[in-house]
Design a binder for this molecule. Structure first.
Ligand code: TYD
Length: 134
């Protein structure tokens, strides 16, 4: 499946930790947009979409959450429980985010600006797109 988990480099000293993410070095794309999801209510599941042309790096910078991934053939679950763990997701991967801890802040770096026409929000449409791409 077109995703990978990367270990971000931590710069720590006696004061605490710092992680830096640079385009072209820590992410293989130009960062055109940043957003973050927080204050998620208990038992909420969100996402339920795929993209036609978007690469994203997800980092749960506080707390934890789970990500369900589906490429139309197989599914996978990723537990984001560390600010050091980056989840890189490419095109035509259906994603759902769930099990957010109360303190979860999910940071997302994206290769494109927000464009609703890039979304595939219907699961059956996603399956058609994903299987055509293979
Ligand atoms: P939505 O797509 O429902 O979030 P999720 O996929 O995480 O469930 O987005 C929620 C709202 O935020 C919706 O009105 C669109 C808006 N939005 C932006 O304006 N810019 C963005 O970059 C994103 C991701 C969402």
């Amino acid at each position: 499946m077109d995703y990978c988990i990367t270990n971000l480099t931590e710069h720590g000293d006696s004061r605490g930790m710092l992680i830096s993410i640079e385009e072209g070095i820590d992410v293989p794309f130009d960062i055109k947009r940043i957003y973050y999801i927080y204050g998620t209510e208990p038992d909420v599941r969100r996402g339920f979409h795929s993209h036609k042309n978007l690469i994203q790096l997800l980092v749960c910078v506080s707390g934890s959450c789970k990500i369900h991934l589906d490429d139309g053939y197989e599914t996978s679950e990723v537990f984001l429980d560390s600010p050091k763990k980056g989840l890189l997701i490419k095109n035509f991967i259906w994603r759902e985010m769930y099990d957010f801890s109360k303190d979860a802040v999910l940071l997302v770096l994206a290769s494109e600006k927000y464009d609703e026409s890039d979304y595939i929000r219907d699961y059956n449409d996603f399956l058609k797109f994903a299987r055509r791409e293979k």
